[in-house]
Write a protein that binds this ligand. Structure first.
Ligand SMILES: Cc1cc2nc3c(=O)[nH]c(=O)nc-3n(C[C@H](O)[C@H](O)[C@H](O)COP(=O)(O)OP(=O)(O)OC[C@H]3O[C@@H](n4cnc5c(N)ncnc54)[C@H](O)[C@@H]3O)c2cc1C
Length: 391
């Protein structure tokens, strides 16, 4: 689903490795002999004869495999998997379920996980044992009154991709089954300066939003500014199924300034947010958790729901309205450091890209990339000193 980059991982938590297959594959090299630009003499004198050539290429492939295996083995020894059991599976929509996991034996990493909950956004990795591939998943914060945290229990909102290897594997497991897991890997660290966040979540990208809510309001209970912190979540889903019964908080009373003439090039033509069907009496599990948070922290959390099949979309105006929720009175000009107000975007790569442009690969590392598209356009209409993070 997501392609996330590692941001400011502190020393106490692990740095996230890429979710690439664990098996190392030998590359198929094409022969370059015929296209060589070396002069004929050099070719004759320096090239080994075929038998040696075969031997040498076999040796180099062997060496590449051995080095790959050694790196993988060393990495696994340094960052081993822990055995967990699936203790419950709770369907939340036609394509997603919440999986409840518990360590098979007393885990020594309990403090590491407690630290992660206070820090910000983090994930763990599950292994698909037959194919030996791993994928990252984001734990949901423990519900109110949950005692599971002391036992190291974790919950995950996992969407089943019918053609996906690991998500299908996880969804097929029955309660009691074993799962290999490792982590935690920190992706984004919430600093004490952060006061207001606009969080754009796509699909299961709501899990990182809930982690942020947890760290922001439950993290440092000694922080006196905790009561003034604000979180606005815009949650987009393909179908109502995933956010059943969710009703958006009304937008702030802000007049939208005229759009620059070029903005129509970038925003969706179907972009008008509207509530097309009456809200369902029944409420989805995540909607209930969001409402519980709103009740627990009145005035501090607001949520807007967007459902593609109902023709409601996060467009430039929605981003603009989210920016208008930043309380300017609290942040007067120079006093406002960029750190205090943040826009976080989490979801599939297409969602992140649509809102703020893609993340970029540089020197084998995934980096934030520049901020463009809807977020950049909205910021140009309503300048704010904000930090933007693509999660
Ligand atoms: C940091 C992080 C946190 C995440 N947290 C969550 C979370 O909390 N919940 C969650 O549900 N997901 C989460 N994800 C996404 C998750 O890691 C997986 O990417 C997702 O479950 C799909 O993995 P899969 O193995 O099932 O699918 P894959 O096997 O990787 O396949 C994905 C899609 O690609 C297609 N595909 C595969 N191979 C090919 C091919 N050769 N040609 C064409 N198409 C192909 C498949 O048909 C499928 O539709 C997170 C991702 C990251 C990076």
């Amino acid at each position: 689903m997501f392609a996330r980059c590692q941001v400011r991982a502190p020393r106490s938590l692990k740095h996230g490795p890429s979710s690439s297959p664990l098996r190392s594959a030998a590359r198929a090299y094409s022969s370059t002999t015929e296209q060589s630009h070396e002069p004929p003499n050099a070719r004759n004198s320096s090239r080994p004869r075929p038998i040696y050539r075969n031997f040498l290429s076999g040796l180099s492939v062997g060496l590449v495999l051995a080095v790959g295996w050694l790196a993988y083995d060393t990495y696994n020894q340094r960052d081993p998997f822990t055995a967990y059991s699936l203790v419950g599976k709770e369907p939340v929509s036609s394509t997603a379920s919440i999986l409840h996991l518990e360590p098979k034996s007393k885990t020594r990493d309990l403090e590491l996980y407690k630290d992660a909950w206070r820090k910000g956004i983090w994930n763990v990795q599950f292994k698909q044992p037959q194919l030996q591939i791993v994928r990252a998943y984001t734990p949901l914060p423990p519900g109110d009154g949950s005692t599971g945290q002391e036992k190291g229990e974790l919950r995950f909102l996992i969407r089943r991709d019918p053609h996906g290897e690991v998500s299908s594997y996880l969804h097929k497991l029955s309660p009691g089954a074993g799962i290999e897991m490792r982590g935690p890997y920190l992706e984004y660290e919430l600093t004490p300066e952060v006061q207001q966040i606009a969080f754009f979540a796509g699909g299961t990208g709501i899990a990182p939003a809930l982690q942020v809510a947890h760290a922001l309001f439950e993290g440092d209970k000694t922080d006196p500014s905790r009561k003034d912190k604000k979180l606005h979540i815009l949650w987009a889903n393909r179908t109502r199924d995933d956010c059943l019964g969710g009703v958006s908080d009304s937008p702030p009373d802000t007049a939208l300034p005229p759009k620059p003439t070029w903005s129509g090039l970038f925003s969706s033509t179907k972009s008008k947010p509207k509530q097309t069907s009456p809200p369902s009496q029944e409420k989805g599990v995540i909607v209930k958790e969001l409402e519980a948070l709103k009740q627990k922290y009145p005035g501090q959390i607001t949520v807007e729901y967007y459902v593609n099949t109902e023709d409601t979309w996060i467009d430039e105006d929605a981003v603009f309205r989210a920016l208008a929720r930043f309380d300017d009175k609290v942040f007067t000009s120079s006093a406002a450091s960029q750190e205090q107000r943040q826009i976080l975007i989490s979801g599939p790569p297409g969602f992140i890209s649509y809102l703020a442009g893609p993340k970029e690969w540089r020197n084998g590392r995934e980096e934030q990339g520049s901020v463009s598209r809807l977020v950049a356009h909205a910021l140009s209409r309503h300048p704010h000193n904000v930090k933007v993070w693509k999660i």
